[in-house]
Design a protein around this ligand. Sequence first.
Ligand SMILES: [Zn+2]
Length: 442
Amino acid sequence: MSETIPEKIDTLIHARWLIPVQPRQTVLDHHSIAINKERIIAILPSTEARQRYQASEQQQLDQHVLIPGLINAHGHAAMTLFRGMADDKPLQSWLQHHIWPAEEQWVSEAFVRDGTEIAIAEMLRSGTTHFTDMYFFPNVVAQTAADAGIRAQVSFPIFDFPSAWGQDADDYIHKGLLVRDDFKHNPLIDVVFGPHATYTVADPAMKRIATLAAELDINIHIHLHETQQEVDEAIANSGKRPLQRLSELGLLTPRTQCVHMTAVNDDDIALLQQSGSHVVHCPDSNMKLASGFCPVQRLLDAGINVAIGTDGAASNNALNMLEETRSAALLAKVVAGDASAMPNWQALEMATLGGATALGLQHQLGSLEVGKQADIVAIDLTAIEQQPLYDIFSQLLYSHLSHAVTDSWIAGQHVLKNRQPSHLNLDELKQKARYWREKISG
Ligand SMILES: [Zn+2]
């Protein structure tokens, strides 16, 4: 009898615990993940893994839990440079008197690159491996994400009015599709339509987006029903709720991601259900701007897919998906008046598989399964704040763990090592943040 020769692979990660998300509510003890190229090729007990594989890189994580990379399904990364600049204002005055004037004055390619790098460092250090962005200079956002080794859905912004990046809706669409062409061979980056909102884009441009998105099979990412006021004004102006108008224009499809959805009635839920569109819930931003509450449990009960996003750092002010998921779980209970609404395991599922499903990437991302992309986050559970350890799901959701993310892999690449992003220098980023603060505050 000859002994089996170990198979040569790229990476083997041995962990104390592993939460694959699929199957649901599962915690595996002393398991390992085998990675070759960008994919997971096996998940198996560590003793077996050591016999079966010979890996170029081995990682021993005796005190850690491995989870799928968190998917931040909505944000404006470069707005980290406006973090803390205009707090405690309601949405419309915040936008019109603070954010839009500041953007008009400061937004440039350099601003977007520096702000996006700071955002990526923060997101990697709190467990995010994929983020959706909607901001000016999406070409710069896409390149910055690709250089940092993080996945991104870059939604190019579309407005009817000019900005630093475009003139009118046709110009934004034309430029955005060119960016999409530039990145079509980059497996980390997807460039999609980002019409800002129904109150900033009129029907002709919306129809064009609907046609092009269907023809070219491209996702649509839009702010929708962020406040009751937005819905009331739309009814006063057009006689229609924004969701109804999008539906009539052909924009509600399984490729559509509706961000916020705080003002929701039964007709809205029926439209979301019939269309297969997704909802992106941003609880901290909704609370901070007093926008309203997304009825997450009602949406889930209706079979609608819900993802979680942080929104931009100017309205949150953190890009921390573990904290955001905690807020989502707590808020769901308050809104439903039911402490059993959104249990801890389901909140983690929304932050991973829910995000992947909204992107149309549920067969590639969102859970730790053989054949999927190796997007993995390691969290250290030794700190006093996590003791005693009865239930790993409970620690993940309800304790403060963001500082405990130590390592992450994206497409099998080790992009966060012992809290240091592999392709970004934290000291340089702090200098850049100081530079912009001095410039912006005069
Ligand atoms: Zn937003």
